[in-house]
Design a protein around this ligand. Structure first.
Ligand code: PAF
Length: 281
């Protein structure tokens, strides 16, 4: 596996490869969820690029940029074992040199959910992803469904800007108790980790509600299971527009209804989501 830090070198290398390229953009601290995206990428394209970059643009001033886990050596050895072709690990000062002044912003889909709780976050994500697509010459880019809003925002950007990259969705990978894998799970103390088990419990319970349920049933069900856990948001939205639906709306009236949740356990923010139609519990 080649490891490169310079965007120019990656752009040159991937251009010279010929054949198709699949990109898996990550912020490192890799877990089995990321590795499943790498496997999906390998099944799609001739070559696979994984990027590891803790992108300062997508962190708010009071968020965890400084303490975000950075485990490049370990990550590189995992990716090497998987026979990834290229690991791109830029330095912030080189990826965003002095004078960098462009931002990509998707409206609408970013107004709700994490977009409302984390102002500027999705601008940071779309800006870095557009750069990563350009640098890697990606034909495919694979994103996990755990960050479902992120995935929808990227899909919108790719459509709107006619980017020559196909976005591929990777299913959520869960721990044995159902907690969605996340690099931030490692922040949790043992006790917090136990209460985090309520998050997938809530997700599983709302999936079991029938299509005759209303949004209010979903929200009450989730609230009941989360108990004392601090809720950032609980919403049901249509997958198409991610606009929160009113409590009185029947799920059957929502095209592709999807449940979204964000909670805070101690200082750690956890998110999860699930479709509410056509799901077998
Ligand atoms: O999902 C992530 O890890 C990040 O938001 C991404 C897509 C790598 C952009 O920095």
């Amino acid at each position: 596996m080649q490891i490169l830090h310079s965007p120019e070198e990656v752009q040159k290398t991937t251009r010279e490869w010929g054949g198709t390229v699949a990109l898996v953009p990550t912020m490192g601290a890799l877990h089995a969820g990321h590795l499943s995206l790498v496997e999906a990428a390998q099944s799609l394209a001739d070559r696979v690029v994984v990027s590891i970059f803790v992108n300062p643009l997508q962190f708010g001033p009071t968020e965890d940029l400084d303490k975000y886990p950075r485990t490049l050596e370990q990550d590189a050895s995992l990716l090497g074992e998987l026979n990834v072709d290229l690991l791109f690990a830029p330095q912030a000062a080189e990826f965003y040199p002095q004078g960098f002044s462009t931002k990509v912003s998707v409206s609408g889909l970013t107004a709700s959910l994490c977009g409302a709780s984390r102002p500027g976050h999705f601008e940071g994500v779309t800006t870095v992803c557009l750069k990563l697509f350009q640098v890697s010459n990606a034909d495919f880019a694979v994103f996990g469904e755990k960050d479902f809003q992120q995935l929808r925002v990227i899909e919108q950007m790719v459509d709107d800007l006619n980017l020559p990259v196909k976005i591929i969705r990777g299913a959520i990978v869960r721990e044995t108790d159902g907690l969605a894998m996340s690099s931030r799970n490692r922040y949790l103390t043992a006790e917090q980790r136990r209460s985090a088990g309520r998050v997938p419990e809530a997700v599983a319970a709302v999936r079991r509600l029938g299509a005759d349920a209303h949004v209010s049933d979903v929200l009450e069900c989730a609230r009941g299971i989360l108990g004392e856990i601090e809720i950032d948001y609980l919403e049901v939205c249509s997958e198409a527009d991610l606009r929160p639906e009113a409590a009185s709306t029947a799920l059957s009236k929502i095209p592709s209804p999807h449940f979204f949740l964000a909670v805070k356990i101690g200082q750690t923010r956890l998110i999860d989501n699930t479709p509410l139609h056509g799901v077998t519990p």
